[in-house]
Write a protein that binds this ligand. Structure first.
Ligand code: ADP
Ligand code: MG
Length: 259
């Protein structure tokens, strides 16, 4: 059973402290939602966990499989079994989604077993077909160039297909609901639900409560000003939908002098 244990994480961007002591443990099999108003550091947490160079860790650690992943390169983190769905995925014209997925899968297999010779093409085709069926995707989707001319919804589907194929142990999905129409949101959520299970831990980062109508989190956390200030069950998301974030801001407001 793998778990990601974030301990007292402090992160600065361009010298400005953004995360100010984040503590969070996510185990395989659990779905956690991190919510909070814009600008509170949710994406900073996601980017830091995947090793974006602009985010400087000034204190704390993130332990996964006995290693502090903050000391590893992004591809080492990925090969270890972490997955991050980016808020703004990049296009790679000339590389099909299928080729991209097979290359990424082989890198992950080789990390698990250095003698691995890579998945055979027929075996990979079978795997891809199985996952596309699970996610109700047309099979020709995998032949398209990665994110090239993809609609917002298609980019999200491509990410969910990556998630399905790479089978990470912990996945971090940032604002997966932004820019999605309600049907695409439903498809992505159903995909995550189809993949959720004892082997997958998920952190869903969102500004909106509405994705949580489709993905049922076991735990909900609220981030305010670089810290997780409140944690609870799915009912906490309902309370936020009804009452907004102001009651939490009042409860956790820092005295002006200490800023
Ligand atoms: P959220 O995802 O909760 O909306 P972010 O983590 O994106 O919040 O941003 C938190 C704060 O960090 C904001 O004040 C934002 O301007 C700042 N920030 C985040 N990333 C960068 C960056 N790459 N360069 C400069 N400032 C950044
Ligand atoms: Mg964000």
């Amino acid at each position: 059973m793998s778990q990601l244990e974030i301990k007292n994480l402090h992160v600065s961007v361009e010298g400005k402290p953004i995360l100010k002591g984040v503590n969070l443990t996510v185990r395989q099999g659990e779905i956690h939602a991190i919510m909070g108003p814009n600008g509170t550091g949710k994406s900073t947490l996601a980017y830091t966990l995947m090793g974006h160079p602009a985010y400087e860790v000034t204190e704390g650690e993130a332990l996964f499989k006995g290693q502090n992943i903050l000391e590893l390169s992004p591809d080492e983190r990925s090969r270890l079994g972490l997955f991050l769905a980016f808020q703004y995925p990049v296009a790679i014209p000339g590389v099909t989604l299928a080729n991209f997925l097979r290359t990424a899968l082989n890198a992950r297999r080789k990390a698990l077993n250095p003698d691995d010779k890579g998945i055979s093409i027929p075996e990979f085709r079978r795997l891809l077909k199985e996952k596309m069926d699970l996610l109700q995707m047309p099979h020709d989707f995998a032949g398209r160039y990665l994110n090239d001319g993809f609609s917002g919804g298609e980019k999200k589907r491509a990410e969910v297909l990556q998630l399905a194929t790479l089978q990470p142990e912990i996945a971090i999905l940032d604002e997966t609901d932004s820019g999605l129409d309600i049907d695409a949101l439903r498809i992505v959520s159903e995909g995550v639900n189809a993949l959720a299970g004892p082997d997958l831990g998920v952190i869903v980062i969102t500004h909106y409560q509405r994705i949580l109508n489709y993905i049922k989190p076991d735990y909900v956390h609220v981030m305010l000003d670089g810290r997780i200030v409140e944690s609870g069950g799915a009912d906490l998301a309902q309370r936020l939908e009804a009452h907004g974030y102001d009651w939490l801001r009042e409860k956790y407001a820092e005295p002006a002098a200490s800023r």
